[in-house]
Design a protein around this ligand. Structure first.
Ligand code: UDP
Ligand code: MG
Length: 244
């Protein structure tokens, strides 16, 4: 399968065994409805459940499914980066593999790529527990105040992007939570669109306040630094006789 696909869906996952079949069948229905060739790339970030066996099965029965398996757990940003590197699509779509977002929201984000480079789902009614929602709200507020970036839900996993975006924006560990900020920094046009959000019914969230708060604060400062030191220039004229 070397041809360029129209859509590449990149799904980072760690121990999401019970969600994978349902996620694949919902995605398949939506992608077939869109028309045009597609691929679904599951990036297994060294799951310790039987998720990889499930993926092997899905792959054996579906020619448009690709599976990448990490040797050891490297984190969500690394899984996304591996998926972006492998993607052959003109339009790249990302989601969590936890069924908390609904593939049916994808087409309305894709429509926005007529005018924008990145369309981002904003989870208007978050269905996580109140403490997590509160910290997420606080994290988003701190980012908006410190960096002046408008995104209300920068950590939302449902995103649709043009290929040029994922090829240009560099990811670092943890920075998937700042992806819209990084995209804007590189000059891409970003829009946030309301999407539905559902409670997790299978598997567990890999993050909690303890393992996230300190890292988020450090990452926020790193992004603030990058933002303030970003190289930004406009060339008005260039004289180079050898170029003609
Ligand atoms: N994930 C991953 N590697 C990790 C942690 C998480 O690939 O080390 C995946 C996870 O399986 C899910 C997505 O990244 O598909 C986001 O994680 P999760 O849903 O647990 O985070 P939350 O949405 O609760 O913040
Ligand atoms: Mg999730």
């Amino acid at each position: 399968m070397d041809s360029v696909q129209k859509f590449s869906v990149v799904l980072p996952l760690h121990n999401e065994e019970e969600n994978l079949k349902e996620l694949h069948s919902r995605l398949k229905a939506v992608l077939e409805g869109l028309g045009g060739p597609y691929e679904i790339i599951f990036v297994d970030d060294a799951s310790t459940d039987r998720g990889f066996e499930t993926l092997r099965d899905i792959n054996a029965n579906n020619p448009f499914v690709r599976v990448i398996r990490f040797k050891k757990n490297c984190g969500e940003s690394a899984a996304l980066a591996a998926g972006f590197n492998a993607a052959r699509g003109e339009i790249i779509i990302t989601m969590d593999a936890d069924l908390q977002s609904e593939p049916r929201d994808i087409p309305k984000l894709i429509e926005k790529l007529n005018d924008y480079d990145v369309a981002w789902g904003r989870r208007v009614k978050r269905q996580d527990d109140p403490i997590r929602n509160m910290f997420s709200w606080g994290g988003n507020l701190a980012r908006r105040l410190l960096i002046g970036d408008a995104a209300m839900d920068a950590g939302s996993p449902l995103r649709v992007m043009k290929r040029a975006v994922v090829k240009k924006v560099n990811l670092f560990k943890g920075l998937h939570r700042f992806y819209p900020t990084l995209c804007r920094m590189e000059g891409f046009r970003v829009i946030e669109i309301p999407i539905a959000h559902y409670p997790r019914t299978h598997g567990q969230s890999k993050y909690n306040i303890r393992n996230r708060l300190f890292k988020y604060a450090v990452d926020l400062l790193a992004v603030k630094w990058m933002h303030s030191r970003h190289i930004d220039y406009e060339i008005i004229e260039e004289l180079d006789e050898r170029a003609s």
